[in-house]
Design a protein. Structure first.
Length: 285
């Protein structure tokens, strides 16, 4: 019993130490800010080029996750998703801004993952390719999830089915996200606990948001107008960033408890770097 208490105490100390090392507050703020800066341009780009259902579907997904009503999200829809945008130059600028903003968010997410796993950041073309691939995959998964959940409306035990779908989809999405943004340097098995914890915490956040976000958002809407909705969503995105950081750190601790320290990933990275240096510095034969 004493040994179990000591083990739990050591685990809590390690968790707090790792959260301090990855700078929980700073990373949460950075992820929330980058997510907000990516959201509005993405909605504008979808409204300009994609079918109207894409933008409204993304907003519906955001509404369901954040836990606010249609009346609260409507000002954001009117500001960002405009049907019938006919000026190609406006749409092109929107797409470029959306890509830059979204890639900035994915790079912030990558920096969080690499810091949590104590690896170096990918740079150059490889990092850009991963960012764009993640963006496309993320939008596609959100659209597919929204369609699937809408198709389940009215079916028996809808609540249980929705919860199962959310847990499975979120786990797969963040499992793939961490693997992609870490450049494949950490094994799928080691990343699964973090993805599952992320999924569970996101569902909990969504349920709690349905309680405290509607009054909070309406108060901001009454005080600041449409800008209040943006402020409220930005605050929620900071909480989302905190969930991602905490889940990733706990996931690494669980993986080390299950498989031992993650020396293999560091060794693989160092081996790649050494091989690259040797290859570039070796004299021609």
């Amino acid at each position: 019993m004493h040994g179990l208490g000591l083990s739990v105490s050591n685990g809590v100390r390690r968790l707090l130490s790792d959260l301090a090392r990855v700078e929980l507050i700073d990373r949460s703020l950075a992820l929330g800010a980058q997510a907000l800066l990516a959201l509005i341009p993405m909605l504008m780009a979808l409204g300009a080029f994609a079918p109207a259902t894409w933008g409204t579907g993304l907003l519906a997904q955001l509404r369901d996750v954040v836990g606010v009503g249609n009346d609260v999200i409507e000002p954001l829809r009117e500001a960002a998703v405009r049907e019938g945008v006919a000026r190609p130059e406006t749409g092109l600028v929107g797409v470029l801004v959306a890509l830059v903003s979204a890639s900035s968010f994915s790079r912030a997410l990558q920096r969080m993952y690499t810091r949590a796993w104590e690896l170096s950041n990918d740079r150059g073309v490889r990092a850009l390719r991963s960012s764009l691939l993640w963006l496309l995959g993320w939008v596609a998964v959100l659209q597919a999830t929204a369609l699937l959940l809408r198709s389940l409306t009215g079916t028996p035990v809808t609540g249980a089915i929705r919860l199962t779908v959310q847990l499975v989809v979120y786990t797969l999405l963040w499992w793939w996200t961490s693997r992609l943004l870490l450049g494949g340097r950490v094994s799928w098995g080691r990343l699964l606990p973090g993805a599952a914890i992320t999924s569970a915490l996101l569902v909990v956040l969504s349920r709690l948001s349905s309680v405290f976000m509607p009054p909070y958002t309406r108060a901001n809407l009454e005080q600041y107008g449409p800008l209040g909705v943006v402020f409220s969503i930005g605050s929620w995105l900071v909480m989302l960033g905190g969930v991602l950081v905490v889940a990733t750190v706990i996931g690494r601790l669980v993986s080390e408890w299950r498989w031992g320290p993650v020396d293999g990933a560091r060794a693989q990275e160092e081996a790649r770097g050494a091989a690259h240096v040797a290859g570039t510095s070796a004299p021609p034969s």
